[in-house]
Ligand binder design. Structure first.
Ligand code: NDP
Length: 513
């Protein structure tokens, strides 16, 4: 297990001799150093996980569930410490950390403990083929062995440790490679599971940079990755080379469509919140808005007022500010370049529009209008506290623009006509669409959450969110049977004719058109 040395000093995040220095993005202080695990170390960590896995699997669901339930309580009992850790390495607010990380983690620990036996239970199947009539047919799920989870920096608990929970509940050992920017929460989760009785080496954290992640892909039996589309492609290529299955949750550019009959006040509150919560560093953040002409001015006026009222700065405690820091240093340049590109092409900044004063890293909550699809802010993931709003003539134009994107993670439609909203939702090219809501679908762990197009492969949550961590096995059992089945050797013309007639009876009758 990686150990943490605390070393508060002043600098920017990055590797240091002997390890990776972790920075508080809201203050610019160094807060810890963690090891940068080499490929050999990763191989050794995975070997230990492989040795520990069979006994963990052998415990069965009843033997594993109490550990998750103890961890659920631990997380709530120690929530302040966990929140402080998350806040210190991300610069996000205590409120974002509580809602989206503690809330998610506590829910997920209970959910997977309870649903794993149901989702992974043997399934009896009845087949239509005459060749298997009377035989026992079933589908079962066997944990793959060792799962590697590679996580990003925006939600160090939810998007990194969160994926480990179903993998462990299925009976796998897990090695988590957190983002080098935010490794401390993952280490705390390891401490939590150890205190709650998880056997040694069943869950380990391999801190390190991209090469640590790459080495992990070479050693495990399944890779779950969350992060950028660019790195996702590299992960997919490496996993494909090794013929290791993988799941990817990648970038998004979530559109919000506001129809003329929407509840404007609710839509404006939601646009403000779901584009700016967690500083806009949410994969399913509202990243662009299309508003029908008749309500455009009123909507923009309301959003502008609400965004202007947002407080931003170093999150010193619960309720102190709405928006904290930009966690990842290069992200500041991406946000700024999207705003500058929009302005250069004719967009207007109504609020914000520039980097805010330090010593930490902050970008002002920003509203852009007069935007179009020639601008980066409407086409590429910004991942910051910005909200570009575009006027459209009607719902069809909004739909065309919403689908004019390489991404397809999530989307939302806003209208008082729920049936019309749902009909429009079905035509949006995204893995998750909300009507009169956004992001909260992520808390419905029964619903799959995965991207279309370049936003990902596979999904987390739902039955598929735990079955992916298993190898699927089909079993066929023949009990009562003749000494020789009709299709076995020796072949004969008579049997050939009989089988031909049988297939015609079975499959050759009935109307076709
Ligand atoms: P990356 O996709 O580069 O990193 C995600 C994880 O992959 C990190 O743990 C990273 O390690 C690791 N990694 C990097 N290179 C490799 C590799 N070759 N093989 C295996 N693992 C690797 O995300 P960034 O942190 O660089 O963020 C870039 C962009 O991604 C952001 O601008 C944002 O647009 C998007 N993003 C999307 C997220 C989402 O939830 N969908 C979350 C975060 C970012 P390390 O950190 O040590 O480099």
């Amino acid at each position: 297990m990686a150990t943490v040395e605390h070393q508060p000093t002043q600098a920017t995040n990055g590797s240091a001799q002997g390890g990776i220095q972790v920075e508080n993005p809201a203050t610019g202080e160094f807060i810890a150093t963690v090891p940068n695990s080499t490929p050999d170390e990763v191989a050794a960590i995975v070997a230990r996980a492989r040795a520990a896995q069979p006994a963990w699997q052998a415990r069965g669901y009843e033997g594993r569930a109490p550990i998750f339930l103890r961890a659920q309580k631990w997380l709530l009992d120690n929530s302040e410490r966990v929140i402080e850790t998350i806040v210190s390495e991300t610069g996000k607010t205590h409120d974002d950390a509580q809602l989206a990380e503690i809330g998610y983690g506590a829910g997920a620990l209970g959910f997977w403990a309870k649903t794993a036996p149901k989702y992974l239970a043997d399934e009896r199947v009845r087949a239509s083929s005459l060749l298997v009539k009377g035989k026992k047919l079933l589908i079962r799920y066997e944990p793959v062995g060792v799962v590697g989870v590679i996580g990003p920096w925006n939600f160090p608990l939810t998007n990194s440790f969160g994926d480990c929970i179903p993998a462990l509940a299925a009976g796998n050992a897990v090695v988590l490679k957190p983002s080098e920017i935010t490794p401390l929460t993952s280490l705390l989760m390891a401490e939590m599971l150890t205190e709650c009785g998880l056997p040694h080496d069943v869950f380990q954290v391999a801190t390190g940079d991209g090469q640590t992640g790459a080495a992990l892909i070479d050693a495990v039996d399944f890779v779950q990755f969350t992060g950028s589309t660019r790195t996702g492609r590299k992960v997919a290529e490496r996993a494909a080379h090794n013929l290791v299955p993988f799941g990817l949750e990648l970038g998004g550019k979530d559109p919000m469509i506001v129809l003329a009959d929407a509840d404007i006040e609710r839509a404006a509150n939601a646009a403000t919140f779901y584009s700016m919560n967690n500083g806009g560093q949410v994969c399913i953040s509202i990243e662009r808005v299309y508003v029908e002409e008749p309500i455009y001015d009123e909507f923009v006026a309301k959003v502008t007022d609400k965004v202007r009222a947002i407080r931003q700065g170093n999150p010193t405690g619960p309720g102190a500010v709405e928006i904290g820091a930009v966690t990842f240093a290069p992200q500041l340049d991406i946000i700024d370049s999207h705003v500058k590109d929009a302005v250069a092409k004719g967009a207007k900044v109504l609020v914000g529009g520039k980097q805010a004063a330090g010593p930490g890293r902050f970008y002002e909550p920003t509203v852009l209008v007069d935007v179009d699809h020639s601008m980066e802010c409407m086409r590429e993931e910004t991942f910051g506290p910005t909200l570009p709003i575009m006027k459209v003539r009607n719902a069809e134009e909004a739909l065309r623009l919403a689908n004019d994107s390489p991404h397809g993670l999530a989307a939302s439609v806003w209208t008082k006509d729920a049936a019309r909203g749902e009909a429009l939702a079905r035509r949006i090219e995204a893995g998750a669409v909300c009507v009169n809501d956004a992001q909260v679908n992520y808390t419905a762990l029964e619903l799959p959450m995965g991207g279309w197009k370049t936003s990902g492969i596979g999904a987390r949550h739902g039955a598929g969110g735990i079955r992916k961590y298993c190898a699927q096995q089909s079993i066929l059992v023949t009990r009562l049977a003749p000494k020789r089945d009709i299709h076995m050797f020796p072949y004969s013309a008579k049997t050939h004719r009989r089988l031909g007639r049988l297939f015609k009876v079975l499959y050759g009758r009935g109307k076709r058109d």
